[in-house]
Design a protein around this ligand. Structure first.
Ligand SMILES: *[C@@H]1O[C@H](CO)[C@@H](O)[C@H](O)[C@H]1NC(C)=O
Ligand SMILES: *[C@@H]1O[C@H](CO)[C@@H](O)[C@H](O)[C@H]1NC(C)=O
Length: 854
């Protein structure tokens, strides 16, 4: 999570609440401002970053999630739609399998239905190798850290907040994803709060992993280590506390460092008041340095009941002075601390045994980055008055003279005049003494500035400046061909005006090449290879180096049976895409443009007709858009009220009837709505709020829904509904419908996968599957046969992605290198034209597809 301003606001908006939320109601998510407390007996369960729901959670664990931290073993691992519980206080209820229940809507002990409720014992599980690639969008998320190895030319890494880490491929400036192994058990490894590349043995790479320090991530943080530059990994240590790669302040750093004079020594600066930790055996064991005086007191928003903004940001960066070499390692080390009103940069001169505060530079600001300039004997520090990456409205740049023990304020004069932003990204050119660059952390308007000094910070030149408002002199050209969505307006965020970027915390000059620089933004990695032109003609090229990076949180996928695009996607923050090619960036949906887009569907008999739903709840445009040309062009559906006038008409899931005449919309807060013939949306009283919905793809009158253990079918485009209690269903998670045949459908649930061949009147449970989240159908093995069924589910205790060609045997299609993260967050679409081809959307690593299926 990552993209823009929007998320900032939301995260601070969540407040404690008076009204408890009923079963299936929304209880959390980005930009959600309602109650986060569920009715008694219910648990607020994370579905995705934009949606958490109150569910009745039981612990009939069929999951493969072995808990690595004992206390969290009651978490919601097996049931329901998620493994993350968004309200810690409710976690004690997770184990209650029943009862004081305030909700009467759907009892989990069902009455009728002809389902065979005992799983069949037939069927087998095998695996089949696939070649996984990304469908290209081009980054699409925040890059909080970029680290060059100081001793091996061309070796560099970046870390993302929800999609793991990457290594630079200098041959073509692309990036190689390194942590795609993460699956349902270890999805938190995609939260990279800090990384360290070894200056002594450059093959070593360490990452401090974990996504959230609040309840959204159940596990304590880990150190993962690679001895082959990220090709393979081992989890070498688990801290007795959590690590938050997607928490506030994740752009500060690095919090994890390797002593350049003794690479067995590592330091880690923890969050949550856990202080400074040291390892002397290359990360295998760690101990807390109790002498470190301040664990950091700064909390972004103490009243955030989710725990997200109410945790201590902790220690922010650790920097060695390698010249202070002793037999056991470096003796002088600096540490930045997220505390305000007090000293917040510390120094040791004995390798960490004792610590003293540096003189206070300006206690109104948090030190974001501390960068040593060896040739100047100085430490540069960027400061901002917030933790970032969204906040921070003031700041300074300090330069500490190590020998003299004194600070100098070297803030660019223009920034003090502007007075609206702090500083994040900071770097020095190790080959050119006195050359230093610093980035505005969040100069939202009109664009972020980056400043460069050749004289140790005495004077600076900007990358752009006003030439009499509204004219701007831009001392750069841009090339966004690898993140092309950046060249168009994106929702309310108007990124086309922000050519430099925003949320710039990662900024680095290649230590071996003064022309080569990189920086992370809220959406991509930018940089260039002609940086020295800044000092001659004062004009550089900024290029988006997104090749290889896919960082979106995918929220919906479809593969229509005709049209030039086999794949259409909707994602968090940057809208959605039509992928006529999978290897070049998809065409971004526009007119109307939404940021976060939550659902997409096509009309089965008229597949050129597509519908999508955006979720900006303060927009004057309706949040439903229609296309009649397979997603190439769009128009707003004015039958949907503008949410600015009528809040709540945004987000959720959408289904398009097969004949393209009726929309069924399951909203987060307005229940299920129906719009016939592009007429007004009206409530569907028969369907519970939060129901999952689907359309038949052949029968133009048939629509489906499921909620709890009930299935609902309509034979009149949703005007009237029949309820079927499905024995043994547990809680329904998703409905998938045969793209080629009427009345043939599958329901996934907390207990498995159920098929109906008569439009939902009766169901049969498929063998071996004990839980499933998303399911999807694709082209059949033999023409005219039953479609291939893809599931993100649990088979024989292993939760991952499977295909079945025959409804009884399961073929694992993930592998040790491709885990696809948390199964509860996986989005699936089977290609309706290519047997075996499946599109797998992830929460942080974009869209994968198996390129071997052709
Ligand atoms: C810098 O170069 C770019 C691209 O060549 C050009 O568009 C821009 O106008 C130049 N900036 C200035 C201030 O001349
Ligand atoms: C979140 O809310 C803010 C302010 O309320 C709004 O500007 C922004 O567009 C919203 N973002 C999303 C993704 O809904």
């Amino acid at each position: 999570m990552k993209f823009g301003l929007s998320v900032a606001t939301l995260l601070v908006a969540i407040a404690g609440s008076a009204n408890a939320v009923a079963e299936w109601g929304q209880c959390g998510g980005l930009n959600y401002s309602g109650s986060t407390t569920c009715d008694a007996g219910l648990t607020c369960v994370y579905s995705n970053d934009w949606y958490s729901q109150c569910l009745r959670v039981t612990t009939t664990s069929s999951s493969s999630r072995t808990s690595s931290s004992s206390s969290s073993s009651t978490r919601v691992s097996s049931s329901s739609s998620s493994t993350r519980v968004s309200s810690s206080s409710s976690s004690t209820r997770v184990s209650s399998s029943s009862s004081s229940s305030s909700s009467t809507r759907v009892s989990s002990t069902s009455t009728s239905s002809s389902s065979s409720s005992t799983p069949s014992t037939t069927g087998a599980v095998t695996s089949e190798a696939q070649t996984w690639k990304n469908a290209v969008i081009g980054a699409g998320g925040f890059v909080p850290g970029i680290v060059f190895n100081p001793t091996k030319k061309g070796l560099a890494y970046l870390r993302t907040d929800i999609g793991g880490v990457y290594r630079l491929n200098t041959a073509d400036d692309s990036w190689i994803p390194l942590t795609d192994y993460a699956g349902h058990v270890d999805w938190h490894d995609w939260g990279a709060d800090a990384l360290a590349t070894d200056p002594v043995d450059p093959n070593n790479l360490y990452v401090a992993v974990g996504l959230y320090t609040n309840s959204w991530d159940p596990d304590n943080g880990n150190i993962i280590k690679s001895t082959d530059q990220g090709a393979t990994w081992s989890k070498i240590y688990t801290f007795p506390f959590k690590i938050g790669g997607n928490m506030p302040g994740r752009g500060m750093g690095e919090r994890l460092v390797i002593d350049p004079n003794n690479n067995k020594v590592l330091f880690f600066g923890a969050r949550s008041g856990n202080g400074l930790w040291k390892s002397t055996d290359a990360g295998v064991t760690w101990s807390k340095i109790s002498a470190f005086p301040d664990a950091g007191t700064y909390i972004p928003n103490p009243s955030d009941s989710t725990g997200y903004n109410s945790d201590k940001v902790g220690l922010t960066w650790i920097t060695f002075d390698p010249s202070s070499k002793t037999a056991s390692g470096t003796s002088r080390i600096f540490v930045g601390v997220a505390s305000l009103g007090v000293a917040n940069v510390y120094q040791t001169t004995n390798g960490g045994t004792s610590w003293t505060a540096l003189p206070i530079f300006n206690s109104a600001f948090i030190p974001h980055r501390g960068v040593l300039s060896p040739s100047e004997g100085s430490l540069y520090v960027s400061f901002a008055n917030g933790a970032g990456p969204y906040d921070g409205s003031a700041g300074r740049v300090g330069k500490y003279n190590i020998a003299a023990g004194t600070w100098k304020d070297v803030t660019p004069a223009q920034a003090i005049t502007d007075g609206t932003y702090g500083f994040g990204g900071l770097t020095v050119d190790l080959q050119k003494p006195g050359t230093v660059m610093v980035a505005a952390l969040n100069q939202w308007w009109p664009d972020a500035n980056i400043y460069r000094s050749l004289d140790g910070g005495s004077t600076w030149s900007p990358i752009w400046e006003w030439n009499g408002y509204p004219t701007i002199n831009r001392y750069f050209g841009v090339d966004v061909s690898l993140s092309p969505y950046l060249s168009g307006p994106l929702g309310n965020q108007d990124v086309s005006q922000k050519l430099v970027g925003w949320m710039i915390e990662a900024l680095a000059i290649d230590p071996f090449d003064s022309n080569h620089w990189l920086y992370g933004t809220g959406a991509t990695v930018n940089g260039g290879r002609n940086l020295l032109n800044w000092d001659t003609v004062h004009n550089v090229t900024i290029k988006s180096y997104a090749a290889g990076i896919e960082e979106t949180a995918v929220l919906g996928l479809i593969s229509p049976p005709s049209g030039t695009a086999h794949l259409l996607s909707v994602v968090g923050d940057i809208g959605g895409f039509m992928h006529t090619s999978l290897s070049t960036p998809g065409k971004v949906f526009a007119t109307p443009t939404y940021g976060t887009t939550t659902s997409i569907d096509y009309a089965g008999n008229k597949p050129s007709q597509i519908v999508r739903v955006g979720n900006v709840d303060a927009d004057t445009n309706p949040q439903i858009a229609l296309s009649n040309d397979y997603g190439a062009t769009w128009f707003a559906n004015y039958a949907a009220p503008a949410p600015s006038a009528t809040p709540g008409y945004a987000g959720g899931n959408i289904a398009y009837s097969a004949n393209g005449d009726t929309l069924l919309w399951s909203t987060p807060s307005k229940g299920v709505l129906r719009s016939p013939n592009q007429g007004a949306f009206s409530p569907v009283a028969a369907l519970p709020a939060g129901a999952v919905i689907a359309s038949d793809k052949v029968d133009g009158t048939a629509l489906y829904a499921a909620s709890g253990s009930n299935f609902y079918w309509s034979a009149d485009t949703g005007a009237t509904w029949t309820t079927v209690a499905v024995s043994g269903l547990g809680t329904a998670n998703w409905i998938a419908v045969n793209p080629y045949k009427a009345a043939d459908l599958w329901v996934s649930s907390t207990t498995g996968v159920f098929r109906s061949t008569n439009g939902g009147k009766t169901f049969t449970k498929l063998p071996l599957v004990t839980a499933a989240w998303r399911i999807a159908l694709g082209a059949p093995k033999t023409a005219g046969g039953t479609p291939a069924l893809f599931i993100a589910g649990t088979v024989n205790g292993l939760s991952t992605v499977y295909r079945s060609d025959d409804q009884s045997n399961w073929i694992r299609i993930s592998d040790a290198q491709n885990g696809f993260g948390n199964m509860a967050s996986v989005i699936l679409a089977g290609d309706t034209r290519i047997y075996k081809r499946v599109y797998i959307g992830t929460n942080g690593r974009g869209i994968f597809y198996n390129s071997n299926a052709v």
